[in-house]
Design a protein around this ligand. Structure first.
Ligand code: ATP
Ligand code: MG
Length: 649
């Protein structure tokens, strides 16, 4: 790539960070050569009730698939996130909560959080919740959401957090799937200045459930909104916890007992109920949080995800709290009341580390310099991103605006399934290339294979697989183990298939090229979506773009492009020609698009990822076969695009 620039490790990092480049290579080597020994040692970062003697018990063979870590050890995840910090750090801030409206925030110490969790844990027990029960959490981004997750972990209940933006239908589907009989919610939430209906959605979801009967709904009365109340079923959170003791003995859990179920984003099909267990997951979340963010106690660390996504689980709650960190929990959205909000929060609370998704970065980037104009951002020392490939253009903007040119960016590639970051730079150890997730984390063995499953060596492009297990790996698709085997272990024998494509350059850096299902094959040339989209976003008129293939008589597949222009630009035939020429010059004549459709918006999951499978159907004129669209953020976008296509034809 011509635009590729190398950002060496800043000097301040090389001297002060946990690891430098040589340390990384040495530790990485050890983590692979002596995987058992490496993970035996790393497991000790947790407090175990009964220490493990077994470490790794894994086979990726399709007919003997099993994944077990630390299997004979016992522990409690909530004690690891709370109790063990109390003696020395009880008064330090565990959660720094920042409200939707500017000026509203709250700091909760580890001691307070511990007491809150114990009270709710006792409350849940009093409602009859037992070890192994599935508890649905459908909550706004308020501290009680964190308390609910940890209270479940404390008594061995399995939480299933459902993003509070999902519809009653989507919620009911997940409650049914988990056979969940209890939900924790709030009467309403606040997001971007608007009230979000929650309790009413739960009521409707409960009525829709077919596979389970929900007999308890615990409600945080968070706003002034009045909601219908069913005294036989509904239970006021405040009243429930008021009567409880602030100490609750933590349940002794086996390392392989389930901790939570979480559904994937649904970018590629019906969401999968990913099951994570206790010991391995927490070891991995804690280890990655410490090294990827080069985290030092006392620092204020802000992961701007929602707890409804795995990023919120591993990097707002479990990883940071296991490490005794101060984790920022933000209730709102990045552009409320205006686009300077993120920068204002950073300045107001002197935040050191910021971790957000490319979709948010691109949205802010469309506003030029405004999001950070006038801000100091002096406290920031590290930036991170996760969720999609970050276009180099967006990377550079993020680096320049929020990073003031000196903060490294950790571009972390991982999945709901992996529990924690897998490919990622380490701040003091890795020189950066915008758009690359760089190298594997400790214990991670990535490989690229061709479609026949042959491992490709050196600089190459292919299907991204993982050759060995890591403790944070998912254990099954809840209630559908066959789907687990089929999805991840049947495509390439003896390997975990990620579903993503990647390129490895001569320095051993990985570049995610997009979903394998999305790869274009134009006259025999394979092209990832990421490279084409990045080139488009690099054009000064383009805000966002999505590229898909469509059936083409001569080329096999043609290139179909959906483009959202910056707000000050107008679609025109000249613009079409300009973009066509731009792609030809940036990538080559093979990348000449066949169709360019103007898109006022793109179909995205609620977590902000582009759903190309829907765009592919529209391009192929198969609008009646859109598949599962329950996780779409804004379904009306789809109709606009269908109409736009008709206008094109
Ligand atoms: P589903 O599995 O239901 O289709 P999903 O894959 O979008 O949904 P997630 O687990 O939230 O669900 O997303 C993981 C995917 O996100 C990865 O497989 C990858 O495609 C993409 N991704 C995440 N982080 C990065 C990154 N840093 N660079 C490139 N792609 C990323
Ligand atoms: Mg996926």
């Amino acid at each position: 790539m011509s635009r590729e620039t190398l950002h060496p490790v800043p000097e301040a990092y090389a001297e002060q960070s946990l690891l430098n480049e040589a340390d990384y290579f040495e530790l990485y080597r050890r983590s692979i050569d002596d995987s058992e020994g490496f993970w035996r040692e790393q497991g000790r970062r947790l407090d175990w009730i009964k220490p493990y003697t077994q470490v790794k018990d894994v086979s990726f063979a399709k007919d003997d698939l099993h994944i077990r870590w630390y299997a004979d050890g016992t522990l409690n995840v909530s004690s690891n996130c709370l109790d063990r910090h109390l003696v020395e750090h009880g008064d330090s801030t565990a959660i720094l909560w920042v409200g939707d409206e500017p000026g509203i925030s709250r700091e909760i110490s580890y001691r307070e959080l511990h007491a809150d969790v114990c009270r709710l844990a006792n409350g849940l027990k009093s409602l009859g919740v037992r070890k192994g029960d599935v508890v649905t959490i459908y909550m706004p981004m308020i501290p009680e959401a964190a308390v609910a997750m940890l209270a479940c972990a404390r008594i061995g209940a399995v939480h299933s957090v459902v993003f509070a933006g999902f519809s009653p239908e989507a919620l009911a589907g997940r409650m049914d799937d988990g056979k969940s009989r209890i939900a924790i919610t709030a009467n309403a939430g606040k997001r971007g200045g608007k009230s979000v209906v929650l309790k009413e959605n739960v009521d409707r979801a409960v009525a829709l459930c077919r596979e389970t009967s929900v007999d308890k709904v615990v409600v945080v009365n968070y706003t002034d909104d009045e909601v219908p109340w069913n005294p036989a079923r509904d239970c006021d959170y405040g009243e429930l916890v008021a009567q409880q003791n602030d100490d609750c003995e933590a349940e002794e859990m086996s390392a392989e007992d389930p901790l939570f179920i979480l559904y994937t984003s649904g970018s590629t099909g019906k969401p999968k109920g990913v099951l994570h267990t206790s010991g391995g997951y927490l070891t991995y979340a804690s280890l990655t949080h410490e090294y990827v963010f080069d985290y030092r106690r006392g620092e204020r660390y802000w992961c701007a995800a929602d707890i409804g996504w795995v990023t919120g689980h591993s990097y707002i709650i479990y990883g940071p709290l296991a490490n005794g960190a101060t984790t920022v929990m933000y209730e709102g959205v990045p552009n409320y009341p205006d686009v300077t909000r993120v920068a204002q929060i950073i300045d107001e609370h002197k935040i050191e580390i910021l971790y957000i998704a490319p979709t948010a970065i691109r949205a802010l980037m469309a506003e030029g310099d405004r999001p950070t104009a006038g801000a100091s951002l002096e406290s920031l020392r590290l930036l991170g991103t996760v969720g999609e490939p970050i276009n180099p253009e967006a990377w550079n903007w993020y680096h320049r605006s929020f990073g003031r040119g000196h903060c490294p960016i950790v571009d972390t590639w991982w999945q709901t399934e992996t529990g924690g970051a897998m490919l990622t730079p380490l701040p003091g150890a890795t020189a950066l290339k915008p758009g690359s997730a760089t190298r594997p984390f400790f214990g991670v063995r990535p490989a690229l294979v061709d479609n026949g499953g042959n491992i490709l060596e050196g600089a190459a492009e292919g299907n991204l697989v993982l050759l060995d297990s890591w403790p944070g790996q998912m254990r099954t698709v809840f209630g559908d183990h066959q789907r687990f085997i089929d999805t991840y272990f049947s495509t390439f024998e003896g390997m975990y298939f990620t579903g993503d494509g990647a390129r490895r350059d001569a320095d051993g850096y990985y570049w995610i090229t997009g979903r394998v299902d999305d790869v274009l094959n134009v006259s025999g040339h394979r092209m990832g979506t990421a490279e084409l989209e990045s080139a488009l976003v690099a054009h000064e008129a383009v805000a966002e773009a999505a590229v898909v293939g469509f059936p083409h008589e001569i080329k096999g597949q043609g290139i179909y492009i959906y483009v959202t222009l910056n707000s000050d630009r107008e679609p025109s035939e000249e613009m079409r020609r300009a973009l066509r020429d731009w792609l030809r010059s940036e990538i080559g004549p093979i990348a000449t698009p066949d169709v360019i459709q103007w898109a006022p918006g793109l179909p995205k999951t609620r977590s902000g990822k582009i759903m190309r499978r829907i765009l592919r159907k529209i391009a192929a004129d198969e609008c009646d076969q859109l598949g599962d669209i329950s996780t779409l953020a804004d379904p009306s976008v789809v109709q606009q695009l269908i109409d736009g296509r008709v206008a094109l034809a």
